[in-house]
Design a protein around this ligand. Sequence first.
Ligand SMILES: Cc1cc2nc3c(=O)[nH]c(=O)nc-3n(C[C@H](O)[C@H](O)[C@H](O)COP(=O)(O)O)c2cc1C
Length: 226
Amino acid sequence: MTPTTQPTTSRPTTSTTGTETAAAPTPDAGRPASAETVTLAVLIGSVRSGRLGPTVTRWFTEELAGQDDVLLDVVDHAGTALDTGAGGPSDPAAEDANRAIGRRLAAADGFVVVTPEYNHSYPAALKQLIDSYRQEWYAKPVGFVSYGGQGGGLRAVEHLRGVFAEQHAVCIRDGVSLHGVGPADFVGGGVATDPRAGASARHMVGQLTWWALALRDARAVRPYQP
Ligand SMILES: Cc1cc2nc3c(=O)[nH]c(=O)nc-3n(C[C@H](O)[C@H](O)[C@H](O)COP(=O)(O)O)c2cc1C
């Protein structure tokens, strides 16, 4: 595994299903926000069974544990039927789930997208999540934690930049890229074996926090006009 801070681009509990280690949905639930606190929604991009995404996400949230200026809300949309606006779900339970995710995205000051790379791009389910919401993304910053084979998920990140631009979101420069990772790189399901990965994560969140505060202040002064 080679973590890098790329120019391209708390505290969870766990449960394990098969090969998958799940991140807690809301590691900072109940912790009060303040004027200097930012809420970051951490989006798990992969939904397939046996996915590594929750393990990577848990590692990331563990790295941020104890950072009092950041509240993390892990959003895992696996199993949720999302509505892209093309027809819409007819199932009331699905509509409730859609609204619940929308409220959490709306409450966030910024986003961390944890994405693998599939066939040189990002997962289709992540596109579905992004397309299913609109103003929830407006004028908010996005940072990336990507992973995959030799490419470290960087091609997925580059493709996501254009998608988030269309949603009026602001993608930050630096991100975390984990090359060739597997479950063995995360001791006990949560700690990356390469310490440079943690430094990259904290650096990225530092930048993301700056943008989240700046854009939150700006939206308060002058509502964003898409
Ligand atoms: C369908 C598929 C396509 C993949 N394509 C790529 C690829 O193009 N580049 C790469 O670096 N890794 C690729 N991989 C490896 C994944 O990025 C890696 O297995 C990652 O852990 C998958 O994330 P997940 O387990 O959370 O779904 C691919 C994996 C799958 C399942």
